[in-house]
Design a protein around this ligand. Structure first.
Ligand code: PLP
Length: 224
């Protein structure tokens, strides 16, 4: 059984070191603990170590976990089907995986129906791998323009996964590209407050922090 407290401390220290190397403050980076396949007891243990933000890939899995961890904030980080948008709004504070206009419109329509506005990120397929979700980088700015106009969503930034590589250093150009894309979208929509960069996982979160991640999504390094 993983020693979750030790893992949390180790990951937080590595985030702080990476932030310091880049001249950033550790508080500028939020640790999102990814709980896919992790049972509620271990999620509560992580919460008792001070973690407050959790990421789940699937609406179905979140259904049981969200009520089991009082006071936590949940992020949807996996692909969302339009017919699950309504339930996703009930469970998650942020949807990080918006990758089409149709999905953004459905989420916005459902949120607006309850006079709410939900935080969203646009997921970008920076690796270009066909098996990955996300909008193509060259289409991200057009999608951002559409999303920024919707009344039921708040466009907060971008999310991406780097390709799986042997040397984490090789992810750096991908993270840099996502940051540049975020900067262009932020400058094009100053009123939207586009600031978040959700990038970096267990294999590569330090490189992501050095390149400007504001959220890292870490699973195995905490729970495995
Ligand atoms: C599983 C997953 C993570 C965490 O990956 P680890 O390698 O376990 O840290 C982060 N983001 C997404 C979208 C995931 O599916």
């Amino acid at each position: 059984m993983a020693d979750i407290a030790a893992n949390v401390a180790r990951v937080q220290a590595r985030i702080a070191d990476a932030a310091a190397r880049a001249g950033r403050r550790p508080g500028d980076v939020r640790l999102i603990a990814v709980t896919k396949t992790v049972d509620p007891g271990r999620i509560r243990e992580a919460a008792s170590c001070g973690l407050r933000e959790f990421g789940e890939n699937r609406v179905q899995e979140a259904r049981d976990k969200v009520p089991a961890v009082p006071g936590a904030t949940w992020h949807l980080i996996g692909h969302l089907q339009r017919n699950k948008a309504k339930e996703a709004l009930r469970l998650f504070a942020m949807i990080q995986s918006v990758d089409s206009r149709a999905l953004a419109e459905e989420v916005s329509r459902r949120a607006a129906a309850t006079q709410a506005r939900i935080d969203v990120l646009i997921e970008v397929n920076i690796s270009g791998e066909t098996a990955k979700h996300g909008v193509a980088p060259e289409d991200a700015e057009a999608l951002a323009r559409d999303v920024a106009e919707l009344g039921g969503v708040r466009l907060c930034g971008l999310m991406a996964m780097a390709p799986l590589v042997e040397d984490a250093e090789d992810t750096r150009p991908y993270f840099r590209r996502l940051r540049e894309l975020r900067d262009r979208i932020r400058d094009a929509h100053p009123e939207a407050g586009v600031r978040e960069l959700s990038m970096g996982m267990s294999n590569d979160f330090e490189v992501a922090v050095e390149e400007g991640a504001t959220m890292v999504r870490v699973g195995r390094a905490l729970f495995a």
